[in-house]
Design a protein around this ligand. Structure first.
Ligand SMILES: Cc1cc2nc3c(=O)[nH]c(=O)nc-3n(C[C@H](O)[C@H](O)[C@H](O)COP(=O)(O)OP(=O)(O)OC[C@H]3O[C@@H](n4cnc5c(N)ncnc54)[C@H](O)[C@@H]3O)c2cc1C
Length: 632
């Protein structure tokens, strides 16, 4: 640590960290970030990642890196205790992804698909069936890796159109699983490493006596230690930058599977006479019910990406405190002394905290989900997934850029989180169709109230208060909803089709759904401020919550101005207020990243070290003496 850094950021030197009140404030923030459950849910997972198994390995070919990720996934599985208990503890399931992705991004899809999508689907739709115990034990012990094989080359987001067939042969009481043509090839399950035993839930169209019974889940063995099973054909896909998962195109050539492998759950039954009796109104609803486990899967991916966002800001802030650059008339200063760096990193910090609190709220709502509020909770999950994965994509990108050349190396982590963010945006419900679906559902719902009208006398309101910021967001959400709904009604009453009406209003509608997410995030943020128990923690969080609200108001300031919800003076003042908040946040920035309960030892990113010069030199095997004087 150079003396220049110490002079600018005493917190970075470790001096203030040693003060009991600062330590207490960091613990206070960590209690809010981990919703009071760090010790019970997270601590042992973080400790497991400190094992040498997770040390950085350089120069691995993609396939070797993929194999290592499977090994690491098994290692974590071994630390998690009995699978039956784990599967009942959804918070632990979410936490696994949040920690494992920090050190090896490829373990995230492996573990999420294994537990949430494969084992979770079998447990849900095979509930009460003793005849599935062998499969459940096999996955529960991870002697086979679980897969979910749904998407096809010709069908991505439109999952109800899948064409892989499972034809029932009543004489042998078996299904014949087949890929009828190129469009139905399964696109891109992790089947590419074929000497690892893998057991899949395959989504296929059930055909009984020539009748189409809709898409349902089937348990299918894909591979064992000797390679692929008979009739399963796999072609590994080319590399995806920064992602070692063994994704492949997979097709089935008349693979015979026993009748017990069909998972109908409460979606219907195949009778002993060989007749399928469906219990769900439509084939589309049936496939969505069959894929219900995608819902917790979305929370898992979202929480993990926010965790990567926290790590990115943690690394970038610590590096910016040490990294020196020229300043007019001042010799050298740490780059964090520059307002441009503060705006970039503290905006990211605000977004990371906001999304953390939003997803904590989502987890609580999911745990209390029941038939009465299911639709509402699912909408909330979709909004949170889309909003936070887009925000984290941006945050990670900004942090990568603000670390300069060092940010480009995998060893410093952030560059690896960039493709991970892209994967989360697309997988388990691509953000855009996901948000559009929720927006359409929100428009369709009748509401007796017209919603919030223009906030009166904006000149008398204080831009920096949470109540005014929330009023503005609520007003925007209600207005966009009311106007899009009215326009849709008028369009469909006239000559327009439903599609053309939707096309003309989908941009406003998806903005409305996004705004709802932002409003909820700000509400949760303000609640967290109130719940902070230390003065330092509360002060730091209050400034950050205010920054989050202002950034969002600033984003649509033209819209608010046009509707007289803000005055021209307020709109002009917004950027200055944002800068002033960043200046006030600066003394608290180390405390705010310490609230993430991360350490340089855990992340093993040289630029996050207390002394990055020594850490990078160690990495490249140089042992030149440390500089005796501060850089000028
Ligand atoms: C990392 C990763 C791992 C994956 N692993 C698996 C796996 O293990 N098993 C598996 O079955 N699948 C897997 N997938 C595939 C995943 O399920 C699909 O990517 C996802 O369903 C989206 O389909 P698509 O990518 O084909 O997008 P498409 O359907 O082709 O959509 C592309 C774009 O078109 C637009 N669009 C599409 N539909 C609409 C709409 N209705 N309204 C407006 N715009 C629209 C959007 O801009 C969208 O981004 C994986 C994907 C990723 C990225």
């Amino acid at each position: 640590m150079t003396s220049v850094t110490t002079q600018y950021f005493p917190a970075a030197s470790g001096i203030r960290e040693a003060e009991p009140e600062i330590r207490e404030a960091a613990e206070d923030l960590a209690a809010l970030v981990y919703d009071g459950k760090f010790d019970s849910v997270h601590a042992d997972l973080r400790a497991a990642l400190e094992d040498p198994m997770f040390d950085q390995r350089h120069g691995l070919a993609p396939l070797e890196a993929g194999r290592l990720s499977y090994e690491r996934a098994r290692f974590l599985h071994g630390r998690l205790g009995p699978a039956a208990e784990l599967m009942r503890d959804q918070l632990r399931m979410f936490a696994i992804g949040e920690w494992s992705c920090l050190i090896d991004t490829t373990t995230l899809p492996i573990l999420n698909i294994h537990y949430n999508l494969c084992l979770g689907t079998i447990l849900q739709h095979g509930a009460g069936r003793d005849d599935l115990a062998d499969y459940i034990d096999e996955l529960g012990s991870m002697s086979s890796i679980g897969l979910l094989i749904a998407t096809e080359l010709g069908h991505g987001n439109n999952i109800a159109a899948l064409e892989t067939e499972a034809v029932y042969d009543h004489a042998s009481r078996e299904f014949v699983l087949n890929t009828p043509h190129a469009r139905a090839q399964k696109f891109m399950p992790n089947t590419g490493i074929s000497d690892i035993p893998k057991l899949a839930v395959v989504m296929a169209r059930l055909k009984v006596d020539g009748a189409d019974c809709g898409v349902l889940p089937f348990i299918v063995r894909i591979s064992d230690h000797n390679g692929l099973c008979e009739g399963v054909h796999v072609t590994r896909l080319p590399e995806k930058p920064g992602f070692a998962l063994d994704n492949a195109v997979t097709r089935f050539d008349h693979v015979r599977i026993p009748r017990r492998n069909l998972l109908t759950g409460d979606m219907g039954q195949l009778t002993d006479d060989g007749v399928f009796q469906g219990a769900v109104g439509s084939k589309r609803k049936q496939v969505l019910r069959a894929l219900d486990r995608v819902t917790p899967g979305r929370i898992c991916l979202t929480g993990a990406l926010i965790s990567a966002g926290r790590a990115s800001v943690y690394i970038a802030v610590r590096y910016a405190e040490q990294r020196l650059t020229a300043a007019p008339g001042r010799g050298e200063v740490p780059i964090l002394a520059y307002r441009s760096q503060q705006i970039a990193l503290f905006s990211s910090l605000a977004q990371v905290y906001a999304m953390t609190f939003l997803v904590n709220h989502v987890k609580t709502e999911y745990l209390s989900r029941h038939s009465g509020n299911e639709a509402e909770v699912d909408q909330l999950i979709s909004i949170a997934k889309a909003l936070s994965s887009w925000e984290m994509s941006r945050v990670i990108h900004v942090c990568r850029e603000r670390c300069g050349a060092q940010g480009m190396f995998s060893v410093n982590r952030i560059a690896d989180y960039v493709p991970m963010a892209q994967g989360v945006v697309t997988a388990e419900g691509d953000n855009l169709p996901l948000l559009a679906t929720v927006a359409a559902q929100m428009l369709a719902r009748r509401s007796r109230s017209a919603g919030k009208t223009t906030p009166s006398d904006p000149a008398s309101r204080d831009l920096l208060t949470g109540t005014f910021q929330l009023d503005l967001l609520q007003y925007r959400e209600d207005s966009l909803r009311r106007e899009a709904r009215q326009a849709m009604t008028e369009e469909t009453r006239g000559d327009g089709t439903l599609f053309s009406a939707w096309n003309q209003n989908m941009t406003a509608a998806t903005s409305m759904a996004r705004t709802r997410g932002v409003r909820l995030a700000l509400e949760q943020f303000l609640t967290a401020v109130e719940n902070a128990e230390t003065e330092d923690g509360r002060t730091a969080l209050r400034l950050l919550a205010c920054l989050y609200g202002l950034l969002e108001v600033n984003r649509d300031s033209g819209w608010y101005l046009a509707r007289n919800a803000l005055t021209a003076e307020q709109v002009e003042r917004l950027p200055r207020e944002i800068e002033s908040l960043c200046e006030q946040i600066l003394p608290h920035s180390r405390l705010l990243v310490d609230g993430f309960n991360l350490t340089p030892e855990l992340l093993r990113a040289p630029i996050a070290d207390d002394d990055y010069i020594t850490a990078v030199s160690r990495l490249v095997g140089q042992d030149l003496p440390a500089p005796r004087t501060a850089s000028r």
